[in-house]
Design a binder for this molecule. Structure first.
Ligand code: ADP
Ligand code: MG
Length: 327
């Protein structure tokens, strides 16, 4: 019933950046090459995502916001072979429950676009509409239907900062996709399609010296690792730029952060942290992401091997480039 649905929605969506996370995941899963995110008032008034992905048919729209109607998991085995970012089929259901949601979508092969409007989980309209290939999702008035939740939202500037962080986390593993972020109609970040290294330079414009960032690659049984490693202009006293991604999701895996620090141990003075972005690709059956969508956790069956490889890659790199770090 509707109370249960509101509680379930609150599990998935707790502030604007959870809507951002889910909508960007969907646009990426749809095979988009261009994705734009628009925030109004920190996402509290409106979050809009425009993509040029595969789009949805009228029938897809009819189902997309119904809880679990679109789950990609039918058997337990499916859990072991997930390639998409989304699989639970609960994001649009949750978003539509706690906002006024409008979706305009069109597939290449359809004659028209369609528009779906759902307010607080209630369908208002599903009709022919105009639009080009891809999807536009508008989620406005967050928590208008759940006032108790609204109290927990912060100032719009704080919500904007959190949304921007989520935006970067989503954009970093997909340098081949062009991303734009608009806040209150101003273009705040433009990340054109590029390489991994260029994506990182564009995401934190002016922060890193391009000639001090290096790309390392390696693979082993069941996994591949690519690392962008370097050091910032000023000695960093925090781990902000040590970031771990697994199968295109940011994770907080302390063991791998330690692996990075251990690898750099001899090259940097104590208390100074490197810049190191680690992108791990693991065969789906060796990793379990099936935990809460808002948590950044994963379990790896081959964790020791990955740990070892990260340390080794960094040590090998430093053996070659130490002169750059000393000067
Ligand atoms: P999940 O991503 O777990 O499948 P969601 O609730 O996030 O569930 O989305 C439901 C379904 O709606 C997706 O499986 C997908 O088929 C469709 N969908 C959502 N967003 C888009 C989009 N931007 N482009 C194309 N299809 C989409
Ligand atoms: Mg999804």
């Amino acid at each position: 019933d509707s109370v249960a649905r509101k509680i379930a929605a609150g599990e998935v969506i707790d502030r604007p950046n959870s809507v951002v996370r889910e909508l960007l995941d969907n646009s990426i899963d749809a095979g988009s090459t261009e994705i734009s995110l628009y925030l109004e008032n920190g996402g509290i008034s409106r979050i809009r995502v425009v993509d040029n992905g595969c789009g949805m048919s009228e029938e897809d729209l009819r189902l997309c916001y119904l809880p679990h109607a679109t789950s990609k998991i039918e058997t337990e085995d499916d859990l072991l072979s997930i390639n998409s970012l989304g699989f639970r089929g609960e994001a649009l259901s949750s978003i539509s429950t706690c906002t006024r949601m409008e979706v305009v979508s069109r597939r290449e092969e359809d004659d028209t676009a369609h528009r779906l409007i759902v307010h607080g989980g209630r369908e208002i309209a599903l009709e022919d509409w105009r639009g080009s290939r891809g999807t536009i999702i508008d989620a406005s008035e967050l928590f208008y239907s759940i006032p108790a939740r609204k109290k927990f939202l912060k100032r719009s500037s704080a919500e904007t900062t959190m949304c921007q962080k989520t935006f970067l986390e989503k954009a970093l593993p997909f340098p081949e996709i062009s991303f734009k972020l608009y806040t209150d109609n101003n273009l705040k970040l433009f990340l054109p399609a590029s390489t991994r290294k260029e994506r990182i330079l564009a995401a934190w414009k002016g922060t890193f010296n391009p000639s001090l960032l290096h790309e390392l690659e390696s693979e082993d049984e069941g996994f591949k690792i690519s690392i962008i490693a370097g050091r910032p202009e000023q000695n960093r006293k925090d781990r902000r730029y040590i970031q771990i991604f697994a199968n295109n999701r940011r994770i907080d895996e302390y063991a791998f952060i330690q692996a990075v620090q251990y690898g750099f141990d001899d090259a940097l003075p104590g208390g100074v942290f490197p810049v190191c972005f680690v992108f791990i690709e693991v065969e789906p059956h060796l990793v379990d992401f099936n935990i809460h969508p808002a948590k950044r956790e994963a379990r790896f069956r081959n964790q020791p091997a990955i740990h070892h490889k990260i340390v080794q890659m960094i040590k090998d790199f430093l053996a070659e480039y130490t002169f750059r770090f000393r000067t």
